[in-house]
Design a protein. Structure first.
Length: 274
């Protein structure tokens, strides 16, 4: 089991955020904004899914997972709250959060599905966030020029995503362990998540008038499609999930642990599993 710590981040998100807060780069700003717009609804879904998954376990297994699930919920609830504050600034800038609307519609339509499906979707999405977390730790230049409080927000979030990357996966394996359904749900999440993310990024760029600028898409190609880009550079890590013997712990999380250790002055630990 993973020892998780709930942390309170020592940053102030009340002051306004610049329209192109990510180093003045339109694409990087629009892309990270789209990610943040997806978080509050997504984090709540993850919380609800793992809680339901915990209740579905036999009593003996419930005791084994209880502490980790509690800390997982604490971390995700903190992410949800801070990104809701961040998104409030985006709303004030006139950005429309369509990615959240679509996510909430899907959640409502699938609310009655078996708990194993919801935990499986959560595990699949957490694999995406863990991949992004590791990539961001290796490429902090993706936040080059952003003000320090926003760099801290994103790096801290990434570090904790890497830290709890196995919680939903282990819960799914204990509830079901059905490899065929795990892969089916991962394919579904891959298509929906990337499609929604790019649609929201385009909407963000259209809003600020940067959509048809050559510099915008040159930056986007570098961020996503270069040899070390977020998409092209992580194909192997994405494919790993299809292996029957895959486990999230097979992926390195040392950079996230290092960041948390080196930046301990930027947060206060408020809880850990007993």
């Amino acid at each position: 089991m993973t020892q998780l710590v709930v942390r309170r981040l020592l940053i102030d998100l009340q002051p306004p955020i610049a329209p192109h807060w990510n180093g003045g780069d339109a694409f990087r700003t629009a892309f990270f904004n789209a990610l943040s717009m997806s978080f509050p609804a997504g984090e709540q879904y993850f919380i609800d899914s793992v809680r339901s998954g915990l209740k579905a376990l036999p009593e003996t297994e419930r005791a084994r997972f209880g502490g980790e699930v509690q800390a997982f919920v604490g971390q995700e609830a903190t992410h949800r709250r801070l990104h809701a504050l961040f998104n409030g600034h985006l709303q004030a800038q006139g950005l429309r959060n369509r990615i959240e609307q679509r996510a909430l519609q899907r959640m409502q339509a699938n609310a009655q599905r078996n708990v194993r499906v919801h935990v499986g979707v959560t595990a699949a999405t957490e694999h995406f966030t863990a991949i992004f977390a590791h990539w961001l730790m290796r490429h902090p230049e993706a936040l080059r020029g952003a003000e320090p409080r926003l760099q801290t927000l994103w790096m801290w979030h990434a570090a904790e995503e890497a830290e709890h990357r196995a919680t939903a996966f282990d819960l799914y394996q204990t509830i079901s362990g059905d490899h065929r359904w795990r892969i089916r749900l991962f394919r579904y999440v891959s298509v929906i998540f990337l499609w929604d993310l790019m649609r929201q990024t385009v909407l963000n760029l259209r809003h600020d008038g940067s959509l048809w600028r050559w510099s915008t898409w040159r930056s986007g190609a570098a961020l996503l499609l270069s040899r070390e880009g977020l998409l092209r550079g992580n194909l192997r890590a994405w494919r790993d999930y299809f292996a029957r013997d895959f486990h999230p712990s097979q992926h390195d999380a040392s950079l996230s642990r290092q960041w948390l250790h080196e930046h301990a002055d930027r947060y206060v630990a408020v809880g850990a599993p007993a």
